[in-house]
Design a protein around this ligand. Structure first.
Ligand SMILES: [Zn+2]
Length: 326
């Protein structure tokens, strides 16, 4: 039964993610065929959200960047994100820097995408829908909670990274965009340019993670929270007769739990508890609770409520985050 259930879950998600075929080249999507991007008319460009030196940026890249940023922002607009209140973000798409990387810089409100060398020549992280929407997720969260996105606490930094990865997943699911790469798992960040930066489909627990080197590095630590959310997402989709309702519920509970959490440096358990409480769906609340318990993020208290214990509350708290990257 377990195997059949797992297969069915994968099938539903695959159908959900594969509803729209995306053309691909070695460097990712083909952008502006006949004035369209991903089947959306180019005239609906998100130019209002994005600033860039349009004389210096390839026209296809401009369309891709405009639309990718808009797709990420639209995931959350129903749940309290106002596009009109956002100060447009500046994009630097061709930064000559160190490798497969990108970053949001809160100091000048910019998204920065690196150019990196490969055996096939130079590659561009700005060409990845996943990477652009991940970085846009940082920008969106920063617009509401700059305290979280600039916190030095590793658990809070991990939440910021998890928010970026979840945003990429929701963009694909909302728009039924499949990974164009046959070689990379669809749930790997940047699989659309043939890379796998992080895989949301993982079975990490906090205990397992802490055996790894650099476990407290924010991107590394984020995998346990993203994995917990993604497992619950898959299980909820599998149990639902209305997948779009489940998807909308997840986008909603993610936005609300990250932006409403009280602490200015929240822990993984702080947001986990809120995520469960923000769901409108009883089944999803159950899947989230099970997932956070299995990952060692939450525990059942003697009074039968869910909370962190001394271990999961303070994971990595003796370390200070110094740097923000992809
Ligand atoms: Zn990031």
């Amino acid at each position: 039964m377990k195997k059949a259930g797992k297969y069915f879950t994968g099938l539903i998600l695959l159908l959900f993610l594969a509803g729209m075929s995306a053309s691909a080249t070695d460097e990712g999507f083909v952008y502006s065929q006949e004035g369209k991007y991903q089947g959306v008319e180019a005239s609906r460009s998100s130019r209002r959200l994005v600033k860039m030196d349009r004389d210096a940026v390839d026209k296809d890249d401009q369309v891709h960047l405009d639309f990718s940023v808009r797709l990420a922002a639209e995931v959350y607009t129903t749940y309290g994100l106002s596009l009109r209140k956002l100060e447009p973000v500046t994009i630097y798409p061709y930064l000559e820097a160190d490798g497969l990387n990108a970053h949001f810089d809160p100091n000048d409100n910019s998204l920065n995408f690196h150019v990196y060398p490969t055996r096939k020549g130079l590659r561009y992280t700005c060409h990845s829908l996943d990477i652009v929407t991940h970085e846009t997720g940082h920008w969106l969260l920063h617009s509401k909670r700059p305290d979280i996105t600039t916190s030095k606490r590793p658990q809070t930094g991990a939440l910021n990274e998890s928010f970026g990865d979840l945003t990429s997943i929701f963009v694909r699911a909302c728009n039924k965009i499949a990974s164009p790469s046959k070689d990379s798992p669809a749930l790997c960040l940047a699989s659309d340019i043939g890379e796998c930066i992080r895989d949301a489909r993982n079975t990490l627990t906090i205990g397992l993670l802490l055996r790894e080197q650099n476990a407290c590095e924010v991107h590394s630590l984020s995998r346990v929270f993203t994995g917990a959310m993604f497992t619950a997402f898959e299980e909820s989709l599998n149990s639902s007769n209305v997948p779009t309702r489940t998807l909308n519920d997840f986008a909603r509970l993610t936005w609300l739990s990250f932006t409403n959490v009280e602490s200015d440096s929240p822990s993984l358990p702080d947001v986990a508890v809120l995520a469960i409480n923000q769901s409108d769906l009883k089944a999803t609340r159950g899947y989230l609770a099970k997932s956070f318990l299995q990952r060692g993020i939450l525990f059942v208290t003697p009074t039968k409520s869910l909370a962190c214990n001394a271990f999961s509350c303070s994971v990595c708290d003796d370390i200070i985050v110094e740097k923000e990257t992809t």
